[in-house]
Design a protein around this ligand. Structure first.
Ligand SMILES: [Fe+2]
Length: 257
């Protein structure tokens, strides 16, 4: 089976379309999305419409915030959440379509287990909200706890998003983190002795100083990290149509951070 795993689209339609075009060329069987289709960006409805077709969509913290409130969000992220919620209630759009989006959000799962592959937005310990930052490999207690969660689930490889930093955490002594460049953008799951956590990066708001969209291909036991150029100017222009969205959110796309 060949899978494309995407995450953190963040209502960036130009980035999502570029990634979907690349995925089409990859001829994958399925696309899995690890959450945060919306939030931050100017095209939540269009991105949700495309995500409706993915067979697996998980709950991200931004979907959770739209549903139940932006608890713990910074003011800029909260402004975008409030604006996004309004977009999904637009009276100028058919009420059935608005309902379809809300039903989709309300049904999102927090995790997905398939064989020994676990899929979450944040971490195995807190599938929606916990960040595993690249430097956390040095925090032995945090890594021990995260790698032991959830209790009783026999996973071997966990795919996450949320931080917008792609790379692989390995359960070794000591723990290790490798960014995609240090792995030549590929990794084999054959003969893995320990668990690993693979962050697929962000489609719509990369933060690792590379402004290209990030996603991952999983083909049998081979993982490939991909970066895709997209028309950032198109998304930045869309921000200009949405004055309620903080301008900083457009600027960070150009900088990739
Ligand atoms: Fe995110």
């Amino acid at each position: 089976m060949k899978l494309a795993i995407v995450s953190d689209i963040h209502a960036n339609l130009a980035a999502l379309e570029a990634v979907l075009e690349d995925i089409e060329g990859e001829k994958v069987d399925k696309i899995y999305c690890l959450g945060d289709v919306i939030g931050y960006g100017p095209d939540p409805r269009e991105c949700l419409e495309l995500a409706l077709d993915f067979p697996i969509n998980l709950l991200g913290n931004h979907e959770e915030a739209v549903l139940v409130g932006a608890i713990g969000f910074n003011p800029k992220a909260k402004a975008a959440i409030d604006w996004t919620r309004d977009q999904l209630n637009l009276e100028s759009e058919p009420i059935e379509k608005n309902r379809e989006f809300w039903n989709f959000l309300g049904r999102l799962k927090r995790s997905h287990l398939e064989g020994d592959f676990l899929f979450v937005h944040g971490s195995p310990r807190d599938p929606t909200r916990e960040y595993i930052f690249s430097q956390d490999y040095q925090d032995r207690k945090k890594m021990d706890d995260i790698f032991a969660c959830p209790p009783g689930v026999d996973w071997r490889v966990c795919f996450t998003g949320h931080t917008h930093f792609p790379g692989i955490f390995s359960q070794e002594n000591p723990y290790k983190f490798n960014d995609p460049a240090s792995l030549s953008n590929k990794f084999s799951l054959r003969g893995l002795a320990n668990r690993i956590i693979i962050n697929v990066g962000s489609v719509g708001q990369p933060r690792d100083n590379d402004n290209r969209a990030s996603y991952v291909i999983l083909e049998e036991a081979d993982v490939r990290f991909k970066r895709i150029d997209y028309d950032i100017g198109r998304t930045v222009d869309r921000f200009k149509d949405c004055p309620q969205l903080p301008e900083y959110l457009a600027r960070r796309l150009e900088e990739g951070k």
